[in-house]
Design a protein around this ligand. Sequence first.
Ligand code: TMP
Ligand code: ASP
Length: 254
Amino acid sequence: MTRRRRIYEGKAKVLFEGPEPGTLVQYFKDDATAFHNQKHGIITGKGVLNNRISEYLMTKLGEIGVPTHFVRRLNMREQLVREVEIIPIELVVRNVAAGSLSKRFGIPEGTQLPRSIMEYYYKSDELNDPIVSEEHITAFGWATPQDLDDMMALSLRINDYLSGLFLGIGLKLVDFKVEFGRLWENDEMRIVLADEISPDNCRLWDVKTNQKLDKDRFREDLGRVEEAYQEVARRLGILPEGGVDTFNTPKPAP
Ligand code: TMP
Ligand code: ASP
């Protein structure tokens, strides 16, 4: 890896001190966990692909005016990001019933929801990320009503944009999870998109076959996990010929 100071290690990523103040290096691991750390595995090449996929999606979102922590990709497994104060809330946006929503309400997977539904989960490994309401979030001071307004507005734009982007490559954006952080510039605070956007935290189904091309292949032991991540990158047009090994080559001028 590197000899930089390790700031934080999560289940799928490591954060190192960045080359200049206010920056961090985000390193993408191949490790995968599911069901609150009960299931562990390695998805070979996942870190490389998620680094590339998240770079691509965050860059596109930046272009439509969604502020993000992303600065630039450094190499196969690392990207430079702005250091933010992470808001301890996972915001899930759902378009189609799946996963825990299907289980909680007994709605068959694949049912189109009447409208997009947003949910909040409190980020806590010890508590297994419990679902929480706006009341809990504001009463316990995890985020202010203004923070939540900003997060909801950004998530709606992210959902609209990414749903269209994925539909254009034959993928249905069933649901996804995002995290936000507070970025301080002088005395001004902005809420920005942080963490990553990848098949680890999105559900992506092939439009024609409903085949799952995301981490559910790992969660549900469906096999061909690596291929699913590669297929998403391939459809986005960011998987070079020859697979993931050629990611290190310099990027051509745009
Ligand atoms: P869920 O149906 O299991 O609640 O997941 C909803 C979405 O959020 C799905 O796209 C996977 C993503 N997710 C994460 O990124 N991290 C998590 O810890 C969980 C539980 C879900
Ligand atoms: N990442 C979470 C965990 O390991 C859950 C998931 O993505 O399914 O617990």
